[in-house]
Design a protein around this ligand. Structure first.
Ligand SMILES: C[S@@+](CC[C@H](N)C(=O)[O-])C[C@H]1O[C@@H](n2cnc3c(N)ncnc32)[C@H](O)[C@@H]1O
Length: 230
């Protein structure tokens, strides 16, 4: 993704904050909470990094971990910090840390995390290979990376997913946002440009991850990849 495109995407993502959870629930037919629970179960205890935390929709319910949330959009971090740390404090947990940055240039030392996860963000990374290299650098040996994203099995699957997002989800987003030029249009664009499940399996292996696996959770909407640092 070119830099101007990524900047435009960030502006559009920021505009989704007030309606993010509502539209996400609709777009996934209410399945998103179940997928988030699946990812939570895959994350071991210890120090965990969520890359692209957005408004904190996943991080809010990640209990019993020492959590660091990273996102390039300050407004996302502000929203997430209030939401996540209120939930953590109500459970008697220590606050999570919120750090501005990108996957491609992680502001952490080597071997700093027991797990890294990224939910509905990998698609937006402007240099996915570099982001995965950085992720590997900050993971401790043997620690897992979990990614969830709507990948395509093949071009037919990709076409059907595109039709779903472009017409059905976009119509709903237009109604909820009350404007014709709603920011969800950009999510359709990033879906179109995103590769197939197999491409990212190969990329994870080339970068140096081991035990690379993928699982289709819901056709057109959610695939989970998991891999380990060697
Ligand atoms: C759709 S939100 C996902 C929010 C949350 N993870 C969830 O489960 O709903 C995607 C987030 O990824 C962030 N993002 C985009 N490009 C990124 C990059 N290169 N590195 C890290 N985060 C990025 C965006 O700023 C946005 O907040």
């Amino acid at each position: 993704m070119r830099e101007e495109e990524w900047n435009e995407l960030q502006r559009n993502l920021e505009a989704t904050i007030p309606v993010y959870d509502k539209i996400n629930r609709f777009a996934t037919l209410g399945q998103v909470s179940r997928w988030r629970r699946m990812v939570r179960r895959m994350i071991p205890e210890g120090r965990v990094l969520e890359i692209g935390c957005g408004p904190g929709s996943f991080a809010e319910d990640l209990t019993g971990r020492d959590l660091v949330c990273l996102d390039p959009i300050p407004e996302m971090l502000k929203t997430a910090e209030i939401r996540v740390n209120e939930a953590r404090s109500s459970r008697g947990e220590s606050p999570a840390d919120f750090v501005e940055g990108t996957a491609e240039n992680l502001p952490f030392g080597e071997n700093s995390f027991d797990a890294v996860c990224t939910l509905f963000s990998f698609r937006d990374w402007f240099d996915k290979r570099l982001g995965l290299e950085e992720t590997l650098r900050v993971l401790k040996p043997g620690a897992p990376l979990v990614i969830i994203e709507p990948a395509k099995i093949n071009s037919i699957h990709g076409f059907l997913g595109h039709v779903w997002m472009k017409y059905w989800v976009a119509a709903y987003a237009r109604i909820v946002c009350g404007v014709k030029d709603h920011p969800w249009k950009w999510l359709t664009k990033t879906y179109l440009e995103f590769g197939t499940t197999r491409e990212y399996i190969e990329m994870l292996k080339q970068v140096g991850f081991v035990d690379v696996r993928s699982k289709l959770i819901f056709p057109g909407m959610a695939t989970i990849w998991d891999a380990k640092a060697p």
